[in-house]
Write a protein that binds this ligand. Structure first.
Ligand code: ADP
Length: 171
């Protein structure tokens, strides 16, 4: 199959995402990881930081590209010359939302969605759980690549230091 876009927030990229990308890279000629900027969701990492982390961990995969995008997914899919979206399913709980999105993307831009099941050993990992655990000082290196785990710790430390300064010096 020629080209698929794997869209998401990747805030941050987890071992579950990576496993899916590696498996997809053996099926598709090219996989484009589309990092949704999503400023309204106040992501932990900026889109540039998320793209950089993904590029670092995927540097050995010749047929995988990482790009950020804003706006409608179907526009991005057409812009990069693809017509297929790839999404991961961790279980039935993902299915409701994903089937709705797939129908909208089909209707809006004739974009097909292909689903791949998460590996059972990664199926309970989510970026939001990783962020939550890290904010309580827990080690998340089982869930994310080690370069990413270092960056999460740095980021959380910076945020907590900033909050501390605000708390100590109220206006
Ligand atoms: P979104 O904000 O669009 O849900 P995510 O970054 O959370 O984006 O996820 C991007 C894609 O990766 C989605 O299709 C999601 O279902 C899938 N995904 C998330 N976590 C895992 C995992 N542990 N294993 C496999 N796929 C996953």
């Amino acid at each position: 199959m020629p080209k698929a876009v794997y869209p998401g927030s990747f805030d941050p990229v987890t071992k579950g995402h990576l496993d899916l990308i590696m498996r997809a890279s053996r099926i598709f000629e090219q996989v484009i990881v589309g990092v949704l900027e999503n400023k309204a969701k106040m992501p932990l990492f900026s889109a540039e930081e998320r793209v950089k982390m993904l590029e670092e961990v995927l540097s050995d995969c010749d047929n995988v590209r990482v790009l950020s995008f804003e706006g409608l997914l179907t526009d991005f899919v057409h812009m990069v010359g693809a017509d297929t979206v790839l999404r991961g399913l961790r279980g039935v709980s993902d299915f409701d939302y994903e089937s709705q999105m797939a129908a909208v993307n089909q209707d809006l831009g004739s974009v097909e969605t292909i689903f791949m099941m998460a590996e059972p050993e990664y199926s309970y990992i989510s970026s939001s759980a990783v962020r939550e655990l890290a904010s309580y000082g827990k080690d998340v290196s089982r869930y994310v690549p080690c370069t990413v785990s270092d960056k999460i710790q740095e980021k959380i430390k910076k945020i907590q230091e900033k909050e501390c300064v605000h708390y100590e010096q109220p206006h």
